[in-house]
Design a binder for this molecule. Structure first.
Ligand SMILES: *Cc1c(COP(=O)(O)O)cnc(C)c1O
Length: 222
C-alpha cells in the first residue's frame, strides 16, 4: 500500500475524538510530502535536529509534535515552532521549555509522560512524581507552558491483557486529573497507542494516537 492509502485506511478507523499523529521519524521529506498531499497536518518526530530540518523545508501549516525524549540543552532549537511536546517527565525540563518559549513570546503545550510499562528502561513519571510536579509552587509560576494532557507507552509485549491494563491505568490517572485545573494545567489530551496497539488504546480512552510504521512502512536504522 502507498503512504496515502495506508494513511486514509487508518484515518477511516479513527473516531472524530481521536487525533492522528503521523510519526515520520527517520523518513525522508518526500514521504512526509506524500502524507501532506493526502491531507495530514500533524507529524511526530523523536529527534529535535531532524524535526527542525523538516520544519524548515515543509509547509508552515504543519503542526510538529516532539514525541521522543527531550534533552534540556536542545529545547531552544524547537521553541520557535513546536506545537506539542509529548515526553515531558521532569520539572527541570518543563522549566527549560518555559524559558525558551518565553524568548519567542509563546506558550508551549506539553504532555507529561507517565511510566506505565513494566520495562524499567522507559522514561516517565509515576503517580507520586506527577502529583508532586503539578502541585509544586514552581510549576504554578511557569507562564509559558501549558500542560494539556498525558502520554504513555505500554510494555512491548504480545500479551494484550497486560497492554490493556496499562492503558486503563493511564486513563484512570488522566480522568483523576481532569477535575484539577489551574492557569497552566488543563488536561484534555491522552496520547496513547502506536501502530501495534492503537486499537487497544482507543478502547481504553485514548484521544491521540502516534502511528509510524503502519503509515510509512518499517524503519531502517543505520
Ligand atoms: C516511534 C514512536 C512511535 C510510532 O511507532 P510505530 O510502532 O512505528 O507506530 C510512537 N510513539 C513514540 C514515542 C515513538 O518513539
Amino acid at each position: 500500500m502507498s503512504i496515502k492509502e495506508s494513511l486514509l485506511t487508518i484515518k477511516n478507523e479513527l473516531p472524530d475524538t481521536v487525533t492522528l499523529v503521523a510519526v515520520s521519524k527517520t523518513k525522508p521529506v518526500s514521504d512526509l510530502e506524500e502524507a501532506y498531499a493526502a491531507g495530514q497536518r500533524i507529524f511526530g518526530e523523536n529527534k529535535i535536529q531532524e524535526m527542525t530540518q523538516k520544519w524548515e523545508v515543509m509547509p508552515k501549516d504543519i503542526q510538529w509534535h516532539m514525541i521522543g525524549h527531550v534533552q534540556t540543552n536542545k529545547v531552544k532549537h524547537m521553541a520557535e515552532y513546536v506545537s506539542l511536546v509529548h515526553g515531558v517527565d521532569s520539572l527541570k525540563l518543563l522549566k527549560e521549555i518555559n524559558k525558551q518559549a518565553k524568548k519567542h513570546n509563546r506558550v508551549i503545550n506539553c504532555l507529561l509522560q507517565m511510566h506505565i510499562a513494566e520495562e524499567s528502561t522507559k522514561f516517565g513519571l509515576d503517580k507520586e512524581e506527577l502529583d508532586n510536579l503539578i502541585t509544586s509552587d514552581v510549576f504554578k509560576t511557569l507562564e509559558n507552558v501549558n500542560v494539556v494532557g498525558l502520554m504513555g507507552m505500554a510494555t512491548f509485549t504480545d500479551d494484550k491483557n497486560q497492554v490493556k491494563k496499562e492503558f486503563a491505568t493511564l486513563k484512570e490517572i488522566f480522568s483523576s486529573l481532569q477535575s484539577i485545573k489551574s492557569t497552566n494545567l488543563d488536561v484534555k489530551i491522552l496520547s496513547m497507542g502506536m501502530s501495534g496497539d492503537y486499537k487497544l488504546a482507543m478502547d481504553q480512552g485514548s484521544t491521540m494516537v502516534r502511528i509510524g510504521s503502519s503509515i510509512f512502512g518499517s524503519r531502517n536504522y543505520s
